[in-house]
Design a protein around this ligand. Structure first.
Ligand code: GUN
Length: 293
């Protein structure tokens, strides 16, 4: 069994990005810039945005965080998005989700210029990705693909069970892994809360991606010997002995599942660091105008 070290791969990629940024800016050209919008005080969202800001610094990017109160209106948010769309020094920006109830996430996402939508959430990017056109691919699925690539994990013809049908992980990943290429060419089954025989589907899978947000959902009896297990879960559970007062729990019962696997990602230190680094890669692509020219 080999543990997939997402932290190490993410650190390697940040060095690669940083090197490229230094080359691109050596002649005095401005640095890539990522802006994050955050609304309200949700602890997990604050932590994600802080992580993104830190990664920008490590990659030599300029970054900015626009903070809005929980009570901010949709109109205020849309006005900020319009300003960022028009700002030629902003290569990409993200609106951290979830948003407060009174703001429509869909209207907000669709207000972002697809050329600056480095989260890859705009329907134009989702649609382009789905049919294999150049697009910003959402960061978690892109990070998972990168882990499979860097560990040279065979995917062609493999049966893959994706647990969870979210717009930002399960559904795009189902698409990407079924597309032609490496990694890709998988036969993908997507499972969700209404799926029957989820245990049997998992047991017959060569690769299982657990992205349901249910701590320790995947147990040893659901996993075939030699399977590859990718854990996307990051639920915060209270932990009196942790400095922060909580601990991140994955969707996989790691201690009992790991011994059965050929490869497995830990939580933390697996998919999480790759998500942030994929956002950095998308921002660099935006700066280089690689996707839309
Ligand atoms: N909330 C949870 N994950 C994400 C993400 O990747 N991007 C944004 N914008 N919000 C999120």
């Amino acid at each position: 069994m080999q543990i997939i070290d997402g932290k190490k791969i993410a650190a390697d990629i940040k060095v690669e990005i940083c090197g490229e940024v230094e080359q691109l800016t050596a002649t005095g050209r401005r640095r890539p810039q990522l802006v994050a919008i955050i609304v309200g005080e949700d602890g997990a969202s604050q932590a994600y945005v802080a992580g993104k800001e830190k990664a920008c610094g490590e990659c030599g990017f300029k970054s900015q965080v626009l903070r809005f109160a929980e009570s901010a209106t949709e109109a205020e948010l849309l006005a900020a998005i319009a300003r960022l769309n028009a700002d030629s020094e902003v290569d990409g920006f993200i609106v951290q989700l979830p948003l407060p109830q009174h703001i429509s996430e869909q209207r907000v996402i669709e207000a972002i210029d697809p050329k600056k939508d480095v989260d890859g959430f705009h329907p134009v990017n989702v649609g382009r990705m789905t049919i294999g056109l150049p697009a910003y691919v959402s960061a978690t699925p892109a990070g998972i693909k990168e882990l499979l690539r860097r560990y040279s994990i065979a995917t062609s013809g493999k049966r893959c069970a994706v647990l969870g049908r979210s717009n930002i992980v399960g559904r795009p990943l189902m698409n990407l892994l079924s597309q032609k290429g490496t990694p890709g060419d998988c036969t993908v089954t997507i499972c969700h809360s209404r799926t029957r025989s989820i245990k049997e589907i998992c047991r017959s899978a060569d690769i299982i991606v657990a992205a349901l947000g249910q701590p320790e959902f995947l147990t040893a009896d659901m996993v075939a010997s030699g399977a590859v297990v990718i854990d996307v879960g990051t639920t915060r559970v209270p932990a009196a002995d942790a400095k922060s007062g909580f601990r991140l729990k994955g969707d996989v019962k790691f201690d009992e599942v790991a011994p059965k696997c050929s490869y497995i990602t830990p939580v933390p230190g697996g998919v999480g660091p790759m998500t942030i680094v994929s956002l950095m890669k998308n921002t660099l692509k935006a700066y280089k105008k690689e996707v839309y020219g």
